[in-house]
Design a protein around this ligand. Structure first.
Ligand code: ZN
Length: 468
């Protein structure tokens, strides 16, 4: 693993700091959104007596998997390219000893284990992994039948519970989108993880991201978001938000795109998603993009299998400490990060075991948890921040640019009468339940001096009524 000197820190800044692995570590102790290049955009009038809770009062969990793709063990092919980019001054991992492939049998084993526990998250598919081959063309070293079967496995087993993201095109050498080939020069200036995006405009970034998305579209893998490799776009952060929105909209016509770039792995800073560039909220085509933040580093096995992970950093054996405990107790979305290469760990599956133990411990400690895809968490947060609300004597008026399932609000009052949701001519009765663990869409519960309502929030106007 690379330990940057002061000169290198100054030379590459924080973007470079993270480039050794993936995603950008937010400047510790400097939680301001400005540091993350955030532009919130519009916010509607909201009644502060209306508290939007986590969906069904359950803390969202999610698992971000980076560096995954079909068949190719990214490290085996990426590390020699990283070494060439850095003139062989760094990246001396023993890549020749690493297997070429992360087999579909392991994808199946992992996917089924997670499926049985309704675990959800994001699974990258690097579209042109380390320049080995475009997944929508051919993958040298594997037969077309093997590639097709691998793509089919992702479509059938992973897609239902996992957002698919490009990361970006190759995760190594930048591609000239006019020719489809990597640029001839191998240097940080033309590498996705480092400085290729420096000074790029929104249009240039959107062109590059769209190129990656189109490859996945060609192989029948829909995307609602993207993941940045290493320090990608670290010096053009506001542009990244806009370009992500444009590219995902253009290629997949997605209503509410999201992107993953930032990690806040310690400290009090909020790890809640950032809802950005909100505009035209009361128009037919509202705009917003959501920045999803991971709240842990990769403590499973690491991108290059250089350590064997540490489950206690997620949650300790006594279930009392660890980053996941901290964030779950705060009630914020607790999103773990890993690299597929470390989960497989060259066949030893070290990262997979660390993850399995972390999951076991979290469910042993906490009752009200809910695994969600990043797109589901993004949608809920957009609804939470962008829905106008006005509380009256016996009704709550809502106007939502984005619909959200199991929208959950706490309202003042001990004794609501026959709570029901009016959506145009339709009326949906809410059923009373005894506790938070029973809460689901179209139910409500008493909560001391307050009451909690949970319902599928429609797009546009709706009204929660609770008087005679
Ligand atoms: Zn990565």
């Amino acid at each position: 693993m690379w330990h940057p000197s002061r000169r290198e820190l100054l030379q590459f800044g924080l973007a470079g700091l993270a480039a050794a692995g993936c995603s950008t570590i937010a400047p510790l102790g400097h939680p301001g959104d400005a540091a993350l290049g955030q532009v919130p955009g519009q916010r509607p009038r909201r009644d502060d007596r209306v508290v939007v809770l986590n969906p069904r009062e359950r803390v969202p969990l999610s698992f971000i998997i980076d560096d995954s793709t079909c068949l190719v063990n990214l490290n085996r092919f990426a590390i020699p390219q990283f070494a060439a980019i850095w003139n062989h001054q760094r990246y001396d991992q023993a890549w020749r000893e690493m297997p070429h492939e992360i087999p579909d049998d392991f994808v199946r084993k992992f996917g089924q284990w997670c499926g049985e526990r309704r675990i959800k998250g994001k699974y990258s598919i690097v579209p042109f992994p380390a320049c080995v081959g475009r997944l929508d063309r051919t993958l040298p070293g594997w037969s077309q039948r093997e590639l097709d079967a691998s793509l089919d496995l992702v479509r059938t087993l992973m897609l239902p519970d996992w957002d698919i993201h490009p990361e970006m095109i190759t995760h190594t050498l930048a591609i000239d989108t006019r020719t489809g080939h990597p640029y001839p020069e191998q240097s940080p200036r033309l590498a996705e993880n480092w400085n290729f995006t420096d000074g790029k405009s929104v249009d240039q970034l959107a062109d590059y991201i769209s190129y990656a998305l189109r490859i996945l579209k060609n192989v029948g893998l829909p995307c609602e978001g993207i993941t940045t490799p290493g320090g990608f776009a670290g010096r053009v952060r506001p542009e990244l938000a806009e370009a992500s929105w444009q590219a995902v909209r253009d290629v997949f016509q997605v209503e509410l795109p999201h992107y993953f770039k930032y990690v806040i792995a310690e400290g009090p800073a909020s790890v809640a998603p950032r809802v950005e560039l909100a505009a035209d909220l009361d128009q037919p085509d509202p705009k917003a993009v959501v920045s999803i933040i991971a709240c842990t580093g990769d403590w499973t096995g690491g991108w290059d299998c250089s350590d064997r992970g540490d489950v206690d950093r997620f949650i300790t054996e006594d279930l009392q400490r660890g980053r996941m405990v901290e964030v779950i107790e705060r009630g914020e979305p607790a999103i773990m990060l890993c690299h597929w290469t470390g989960i497989y760990f060259n066949g030893e599956e070290v990262g997979f075991r660390v993850f399995q133990e972390a999951v076991r411990r979290m469910h042993a400690r906490f009752d009200l948890l809910q695994w969600m895809k990043l797109s589901e968490i993004a949608r809920y947060w957009a609804a939470k921040e962008l829905t106008a609300s006005e509380l009256g004597e016996s009704q709550l008026r809502l106007s939502a640019p984005f619909a959200a399932p199991a929208f959950t609000v706490r309202l003042p009052g001990r004794d609501p009468r026959r709570p029901r949701l009016r959506v145009a001519e339709r009326m949906i009765e809410l059923r009373e339940v005894s506790g938070a663990d029973r809460l689901a869409a179209s139910t409500w519960r008493r909560d001391g001096q307050h009451w909690v309502a949970c319902f599928d929030l429609p797009r546009g106007p709706s009204q929660l009524e609770f008087g005679e």
